[in-house]
Design a protein around this ligand. Structure first.
Ligand code: GLP
Length: 239
């Protein structure tokens, strides 16, 4: 079942999604939160930082990381998490899980990551952003619809969309590690946040369509507990 919550704008989206996360943590202090990076969740993290909740027992696991970037590289997701989430929200070092972008053996790293998530007892709430081409995490459109954490080759569209965080599309790494669709679908609850007109087409696919690997986000239609929080621009007058 997909529940849709409409936000008027980006700021309200941050508040609405932030409140969902706070409620989750109130219900279960030691929640395992699957977290996302990118522009959309920034407003959520800002909202949470203002509220100063007690997240000392929360464990965080990240969706993805670029291959070849160190945690000290400002363009890595590790750095993003440190800057906007782990430090401002005072998440303990032992509670910060993210794939290692500098791992020697990607397959081994993916197995290790998947095992770490399992050892935590799985993900209670997975926060997801949405790629313009319908990707979730870095699960790109294509035939490999269902898998666990794995190495992906980023599509030219995704590298172009993410080039705003780099100098140019060529500087965006070609490969990344991402939780797979199966890892994401095992989360007990999913919160998808969507902002802006550029995402309207991908968002529409889960509001009216069927499940197709060409638009990875549509797999969420098969999950029992999904909340979509989207702003007016992303909904495009549809809701
Ligand atoms: C990247 C991330 C995704 C994210 C997407 C959208 O590709 N790997 O997890 O959802 O970008 O990001 P933004 O919110 O910046 O549009």
């Amino acid at each position: 079942m997909v529940e849709i919550i409409r936000a008027e704008n980006y700021e309200e989206l941050g508040q609405i999604a932030g409140e969902q996360i706070l409620r989750q943590v109130e219900e279960k202090r030691d929640s395992v939160l699957g977290l996302a990076t990118g522009g959309t969740p920034r407003g959520i993290y800002r909202y949470l930082a203002e509220k100063k909740p007690d997240l000392s027992r929360v464990r965080t696991v990240n969706l993805d990381e670029y291959l070849g970037l160190s945690g000290g590289d400002p363009r890595s997701y590790h750095y993003y998490m440190k800057e906007y989430v782990w430090e401002p929200l005072e998440i303990g070092r032992e509670n910060r899980l993210i794939p290692d972008g500098l791992c020697q053996d990607a397959e081994e790293e993916c197995r290790r990551y998947e095992e770490q998530i399992r050892a935590l007892g799985g993900i209670d709430l997975q926060l997801l952003g949405l790629g313009e081409n319908g990707h979730i995490g870095f699960n790109e459109p294509g035939p490999a619809f269902v898998c666990d954490t794995h190495k992906v080759c980023l599509s030219p569209e995704t590298r172009a969309a993410n080039s705003r965080f780099f100098g140019s599309p060529e500087e965006v790494p070609r490969y990344a590690l991402t939780m797979g669709i199966r890892t994401i679908m095992r989360a007990r609850r999913i919160l998808l946040v969507v902002s802006g007109g550029k995402k309207a087409k991908a968002l529409q696919a889960i509001m009216g369509g069927g499940v197709t690997p060409q638009i990875p986000v549509t797999i969420l239609l098969l999950h029992p507990r999904v909340t979509v929080a989207a702003d007016a621009a992303a909904l495009g007058g549809k809701f």
